[in-house]
Ligand binder design. Structure first.
Ligand code: NAG
Ligand code: NAG
Ligand code: NAG
Ligand code: NAG
Length: 964
């Protein structure tokens, strides 16, 4: 009798709860963590084609008078400019919310500087849909003629958004409302405030005047020059601001509020012969004390940046505002006046503040010429923010930079079809790539030359203080040439950068050392983690790759510059080795280039041995992490034998750095999923990782958090504990069961859940059937209409009920209740959630498969009218297998059901094709992993729950479709 065994699945929660894609998950986490995501999706929504304009404004005189009572304003703008090509039509951008009440135009006579003449308007039209206003003049104008357009208009103040011209109010502790108004005109919201040419390249100067209630203050980009009384309006004042430098319309900003301000106790260093930049931090009165440390932090960062750029921000003052209820996805970085969310500005961290401040130079002092140039802007600022943070407070990055970015890229670009699951992260990934390219040049050119290039970029923008995306690369190259830094084959910084930025791939460099001849050969290929289907075209991309090497004899990571460039023109080079044959080499230390490295087995072996020795910390953490990670990626992709990768883990017994451990958890998860079907391999693998991790958890991290510990420690403890619990670490399972008891003893268990989420999965996994059943009853009896309990709680319970068990009986019970008994508490989407969750664990999909085989006719009938559910179940039950045994089961099912003319047939047939690919992986790797583990795992750690549970599960699966 052939047993259908139900197996332990590794790493359950992460493989089921975030079953989709770990990489996607990382991206999202990364974005919310550092709030890097700016309005990119908006940038890509802008129309690519822009209307040609004949008339270009050079100065705007703008008067705004808001009425908070009905959220409207009166506006008056005088646009002075000239014809840049001959014509008779003036085309302005005017939002649908602006209503033009009066318009008049006068122009200078040719060759005169004074004599203005009225120009007659033939026709005017407001195209609401395109937000354009066309003025056709009766006269034809030649290039160079100057005109002045006077427009009176009214507009609306937004009360629901935080862009355009908006207002909001906050409550103080006495529940008094305080109204404030502000603008956020990026990307193209200036046309909601005034008629203008709302495109970044049309720069002009601005003279702003704002009428505001007497008890409030107004701030804008430039300093206030005068506040004057208004005749007949005793409650209002008029504020006039200094003329701005030439700038784009989106850069204009003002704010009217009763916020109060603080100045730093230290001052910014004077630069460019100006006085020190005057800094003020604003917030509502009651929030000000929370911001007390911010002003001096800003001074520290500004001094660092002024010194780095060797230039000022270009204005004499800078206001930073903690704005209540500010909801924009990114802080508003307008020149001289920045708006942050309150919590964002008050944060003691450096990275985000530095990132926003860098925009005062790159993004405000100089600006992207078009919005498509903004992506390089973002990437450069992000790189510089990381560099600034590392220099000001190295602890803040916690060694995560650049790995969080980089390893996500390796996973995504190693897929057969990158971004096939979530297209939205592509723009984000491109920014990350560009950022890493800057980091690569910062190393390969050296920090000083890189800095000179950035300075040249900020000091000498192409035109009009605007830049194109490629300018930064051009300037870096000029500085490189000036410094006599040569590159092979006439390479330039731009030509090197382009393939790294434009492709959704990275190379892998294979390093083969010939120990007889003393030669070393480097070869580049496209890095793939998944075996591409045979039908795929072979990719022949090539890159220019800096080869930076460290040898064991000369182990120093202080100065890392390229020994060679492996260029596009020769995908392989051979040269004299830098190390003798008893010594290893490390290529691409510190992840300088965005590529993994593979070595010959002998070099891998020497590395593995060294890492277990007393000198191992002479290799810095980032490089230790890289070696481990590369070895695993190579083995996973089938480029080296898995034994090599496993040998590389032996040093983890002594490894205490979270930088090395953290990325490894993702690898454990990926490999765990591949091997979970083979019970012996899976349990031994889990026990082996457990034996490495247990001492770290108990001795280094400590079981209980210390209130002042760094955040990486808390995070790392969470990851470790999560793994240990899933593996069946007794103390953890006991603690979880203890906590769970509280709920089971509750008289009204459906009124709320007293157990923290972290305890639930271990109980459903290692606990009794009774404990699990109690959880099921909580889902069944979950209160329908209640505000106290959210539906997401129920969803979480259901997912853990399905995803956590290693005991097949639990899954059978769940399927019986939801599918066969048609319990009305479970909706179609619950069923969908259950079967998709089951694909994450071997217990789950084996149980689902058996259930399907046993109840085929009943289920088919039940889902007769719900084809998507039926198809989904078929797919989930069959598609996750990865071994021959699973394949045989699916093919038997196919044979049995082939003649039913059911749509399921096509699904199973396709699944079988995919499984054949999967089989190759397990056929070549499983025996190797199994053999290695048998040699290295002496016995199962005693603190681990025994695997009896699987025996129970095995016994319970007495009904099998292939019995006999
Ligand atoms: C809004 O209120 C102001 C001041 O009371 C008034 O002058 C203006 O006409 C009002 N606007 C609208 C559209 O009602
Ligand atoms: C204006 O100046 C240009 C060149 O300076 C000259 O050719 C043209 O005749 C002048 N036009 C008038 C109206 O004076
Ligand atoms: C435009 O508005 C200003 C006041 O803001 C007013 O003095 C002027 O008369 C208005 N012009 C027209 C033509 O309505
Ligand atoms: C570069 O080389 C030129 C010519 O050999 C020399 O004059 C110049 O000083 C060098 N520049 C640097 C920065 O070394």
């Amino acid at each position: 009798m052939k047993l259908i065994i139900s197996l332990v699945s590794l790493l359950l929660i992460s493989s089921t709860i975030s079953a989709e894609s770990n990489c996607t998950h990382c991206w999202i986490q990364e974005r919310t963590r550092s709030r890097r995501s700016i309005d990119f999706n908006d940038v890509f929504k802008l129309p690519a084609y822009r209307m040609p304009r004949s008339f270009k404004p050079t100065n705007y005189e703008l008067e705004i008078k808001p009425f908070t009572i009905n959220a409207t304003f009166l506006g008056k703008v005088k646009i002075f400019g000239s014809w840049i090509s001959e014509g008779s039509r003036i085309k302005l951008d005017v939002d649908r919310g602006l209503y033009i009440t009066n318009i008049s135009i006068k122009c200078l006579s040719p060759n005169s500087t004074e004599a203005f003449e009225k120009a007659d308007i033939a026709e005017q039209e407001h195209n609401i849909k395109k937000a354009e206003f066309n003025i056709d003049l009766q006269q034809w104008f030649t290039t160079g003629r100057k005109c002045e357009i006077n427009i009176n208009y009214t507009g609306n103040i937004s009360i629901s958004e935080t862009y355009g011209f908006f207002m909001n109010s906050y409550l103080d502790t006495l529940a008094q409302a305080h109204t404030f108004l502000a603008t956020h005109l990026r990307l193209n919201h200036a046309k909601q405030l005034f008629p203008c040419i709302d495109e970044p390249e049309y720069k002009a100067t601005f003279l702003l005047s704002v009428v505001r209630p007497k008890n409030l203050q107004c701030r804008s980009n430039t300093p206030l020059i005068a506040s004057t009384e208004i005749p007949d309006e005793p409650n209002f004042m008029r504020d006039n601001f200094e003329k701005t430098p030439e700038m784009s319309t989106y850069q204009l900003a003002f704010m009217i509020s009763d916020f109060e301000s603080m100045s730093p106790s230290r001052s910014v260093n004077p630069i460019e012969g100006r006085g020190p930049l005057e800094i003020k931090v604003w917030g509502r009165k009651e929030y000000l004390s929370t911001l007390s440390k911010v002003p001096n932090k800003i001074v520290t960062i500004i001094n660092y940046l002024q010194n780095y750029f060797n230039i000022s921000i270009g204005l004499s003052k800078l206001d930073l505002v903690a704005m209540p209820m500010y909801t924009a996805s990114k802080a508003s970085d307008s020149w001289g006046l920045m708006f942050f969310k309150e919590s964002e500005l008050s944060s003691p961290l450096v990275w985000n503040t530095a990132y926003e401040l860098i925009y005062q130079w790159i993004g405000q002092r100089i600006t992207p010429f078009r919005w498509t140039d903004a992506q390089v802007n973002k990437a450069l600022n992000s790189f510089l923010a990381s560099k600034t943070t590392v220099d000001i407070d190295p602890h803040e990055m916690e060694g995560k930079w650049p790995m969080t970015l980089l390893y996500s890229l390796y996973y995504e670009f190693g897929k057969t079809l990158p971004f096939s699951r979530v297209a939205g992260i592509r723009h984000e990934a491109t920014s990350s790539k560009i950022e890493l390219v800057f980091r690569m040049f910062n190393y390969t050119l050296g920090e000083e030359i890189f800095r000179q290039g950035v300075q040249k970029f900020v000091h000498e923008p192409a035109k009009n203080r605007s830049f194109y995306a490629h300018d930064i690369f051009t300037q870096l190259d000029k500085v490189r040439v000036k410094n006599n830094l040569t590159l092979p084959n006439d390479l330039t910084i731009s030509s090197i950068a382009a393939p790294w930025i434009t492709r959704d791939r990275v190379p892998v460099v294979t390093v083969i050392r010939d120990y007889e001849t003393g030669n070393i050969t480097f070869t580049q290929n496209v890095f793939l983690r998944e075996t591409p289907p045979a039908s795929n075209e072979k990719m022949s991309y090539l890159w220019d790759i800096p080869i930076i090497m460290v040898s064991q004899e000369n182990i120093s990571f202080a100065k890392l510059q390229p020994n060679y460039w492996l260029t596009k023109s020769d995908n392989s080079i051979t040269m004299t080795d830098i190390a003798s044959k008893e010594n290893f080499v490390i290529v691409n230390p510190e992840e300088i280039g965005m590529f993994p490295v593979n070595y010959d087995p002998c070099n891998w072996y020497m590395l593995g041995e060294f890492l277990q020795g007393p000198m191992r910390e002479t290799i810095p953490v980032l490089t230790r992490a890289k070696l481990l990670h590369d070895a695993w990626n190579m083995a996973y992709a089938g480029n080296i034998c898995f034994e090599v990768a496993l040998n590389m883990t032996l040093f983890l017994k002594n490894e205490t750095s979270h930088v090395v451990w953290e990325p490894f958890f993702t690898m454990i998860d990926h490999v765990g999923r591949k091997i979970q079907e083979s019970e012996n391999v899976a349990t031994n693998f889990e026990a082996y990782i457990f034996s490495l991790l247990e001492p770290l958890y108990k001795n280094q991290l400590g079981e209980t958090p210390n209130p002042n510990e760094p955040s990486w420690k808390t995070h790392m403890r969470g990851l470790a504990k999560n793994f240990l619990c899933r593996a069946g670490y007794r103390p953890c399972v006991e603690e979880a069961k203890e906590q769970y008891k509280k709920w089971m003893k509750d008289d009204e268990p459906d009124e709320g859940n007293p157990v923290a989420n972290e305890f639930i999965c271990p109980v459903f996994r290692w606990g009794t059937m009774e404990e699990w059943e109690f959880g099921l009853q909580r889902v069944i009896n979950f209160p329908q209409k209640t505000i106290e309990r959210k539906q997401s709680e129920r969803t979480y319970l259901l997912k853990t009920l399905a995803g956590c068990p290693v005991d097949k009986k639990k899954i059978e019970r769940l399927l019986n209740v939801t599918i066969l008994n048609e319990n009305s508490n479970f909706t179609d989407s619950d069923i969908q959630l259950i079967y998709s969750t089951l694909t994450g664990s071997a217990t789950g999909y084996f149980a689902l498969f058996d259930f399907l085989v046993d109840h085929w006719n009943l289920m088919k009938q039940r889902f007769e009218t719900k084809e998507h559910l039926w198809n989904g179940i078929i797919n989930s039950a069959t598609s996750s297998f990865s071994t021959q045994e699973g394949y045989d089961m699916v093919s038997q099912l196919y044979k049995d059901r082939q003649r039913e003319a059911d749509p399921a047939e096509a699904i199973i047939k396709k699944v079988m094709g995919d499984l054949e690919e999967e089989l190759k992986w397990s056929k070549s790797n499983l025996p190797v992993i199994e053999g290695w583990l048998n040699n290295h795992l002496k016995q199962r750690p005693s603190s681990l729950m025994s695997s009896e549970r699987q025996t129970t599960a095995m016994d319970s699966s007495s009904i099998t479709p292939f019995a006999g």
